[in-house]
Ligand binder design. Structure first.
Ligand code: NAP
Length: 414
């Protein structure tokens, strides 16, 4: 028998109002929104103001409400709400990747202790059902990699940049369309993609990785020169969240990548997201869909609500199965580093240099760097340095290079 759901909805913005509509339009799910809590009593609403309350305790202290759907844009407040709801044994659905990535273990523990369910399909890649697939479909297969575009805003900006639109205009358009996070740095500096990657690392590899352990390099510094380089080589630039098993280690990071025409992500444009999951037996599978926006995200939230009717809980089976795996940033990869200042490029230690270019106003160098060493250069905050990963497989250890490895510093003439 399915459980009767009485929902307390927190947040009625892009996703919350979308959920209200899709829940009312869907004839398949029988669930009632009993209360809606928002913040601003003076805001115009698309439905009668009598539906709203402004005190979260109207939901948390209501014993008839057994399901809290948290869709607010403040992750600190969201954490408090989700925690209290789970502590009182209410099931929770959330789409807030920052809150979940930062507190996942604690929230899993509280949920289990109170026999509550905590679901968050909408937090990763919008409408793409990736978490549930990792939990259910791939639970008996050993995954080797998961990678893709999981942020609609940056994909939208990169698509527009490719068409010649400048960065600020493209960002404003994405915000107007409701894709962008309240704080755009979360999107453009790769934090949002990183929080999602932390959740993927948990469900795909059973790893508990804190967001601070994962390096994120965003797209803020991708300039017309990187776009020109991409066009010249027949590449496109895409921001990837990437996790890959190398031996008993898993590497994971977020960074812009050049992708070739035959790559699955080449034609994935605008707010679309796409992920490829590679597993030992099932090989590669591609998931593609709208990664942001009101209805697409609401559809993932709706799917969680529907799962709650059958008392569905994530089992986190990979956590015990793959527990011998560890997370590392120690690997080599081939990068393009560009800058108007040659001195800036020369600061980055290269282990092998493949290509050098210098003109009056720009220079770039391609070659192999050790990923863990990039952290020292704080690339998101160095406006003068652009890094894009080149399409070459990673190398897991120094022995994979022939000959002795040496760091090169001075490569271009100043
Ligand atoms: N937008 C997307 O495409 C998308 C995609 C995936 C995941 N998400 C996630 O979904 C969540 C909601 O995003 P959104 O785009 O719908 O945000 P939004 O449009 O900015 O709406 C936020 C809503 O939260 C309410 N709110 C903020 N603080 C509150 C508080 N302390 N108590 C009660 N209500 C509060 C706001 O109230 P008022 O209406 O009174 O201002 C508003 O209704 C976020 O975690 C976001 O990361 C969004």
């Amino acid at each position: 028998m399915s459980k009767e759901l009485n929902i307390g909805l927190v947040g009625f913005g892009c996703v919350g109002s979308g959920l209200y509509e899709v829940l009312n339009k869907s004839k398949l799910i029988d669930a009632t929104i009993k209360k809606i809590v928002v913040q601003d009593p003076y805001k115009e609403r698309s439905i009668s103001k009598t539906n709203f309350s402004f005190d979260i305790n109207d939901i948390l202290a209501d014993d008839e409400i057994n399901t809290v759907v948290e869709l607010i844009n403040d992750s600190d407040e969201a954490y408090k709400i989700v925690k209290k709801a789970l502590e009182s044994g209410k099931d929770v659905v959330s789409a807030n990747k920052k809150l979940i990535a930062e507190h996942l273990d604690e929230l899993i523990f509280i949920a289990a202790k109170n026999n509550a369910s905590f679901l968050y399909e909408g937090a990763v890649a919008g409408s793409i059902p990736i978490i549930r697939n990792l939990e259910e479909y791939y639970n008996n297969d050993s995954l080797t990699s998961i990678e893709g575009i999981v942020n609609g805003t940056t994909n939208y900006i990169l698509t527009k940049s490719n068409d010649g639109v400048d960065y600020d205009t493209a960002l404003k358009e994405a915000q107007k369309l409701g894709f962008a996070e309240l704080d755009p740095t979360l999107d453009v500096d790769g934090f949002d993609s990183k929080y999602k990657l932390v959740l993927l690392l948990k469900h795909a590899f059973g790893l508990n990785v804190a967001p601070e352990e994962v390096q994120n390099i965003g797209i803020r510094n991708v300039t017309k020169y990187e776009i020109a380089y991409a066009n010249e080589k027949g590449y496109r630039i895409k921001l990837f969240s990437k996790a890959e098993k190398i031996g008993d280690n898993v590497v994971g990071f977020v960074a812009p990548h050049f992708v070739k025409k035959d790559h699955f992500a080449f034609g994935v444009d605008n707010e679309f997201n796409a992920l490829v999951v590679e597993a030992l037996f099932s090989d590669k599978q591609l998931f593609i869909g709208k990664g942001a926006g009101s209805y697409p995200t609401a559809s993932a939230v709706l799917s969680d609500i529907s799962a709650l009717k059958f008392e569905y809980k994530y089992e986190y089976r990979k956590t015990s199965e793959d527990s011998q795996l560890s997370f590392t940033n120690d690997f080599f990869l081939k990068v393009y580093i560009g800058s108007p200042f040659v001195e800036a490029i020369n600061q980055i230690p290269f282990y092998r240099v493949d290509e050098l270019f210098q003109s009056d106003d720009y220079a770039y160098q391609t070659g192999w760097v050790k990923f863990s060493e990039l952290e020292d250069y704080n690339l998101n905050h160095r406006k003068e340095i652009s890094l894009v990963i080149l399409p070459e497989p990673f190398k897991g250890s120094e022995s994979l290079f022939s000959g002795k490895l040496e760091r090169h510093r001075v490569a271009l003439e100043v």
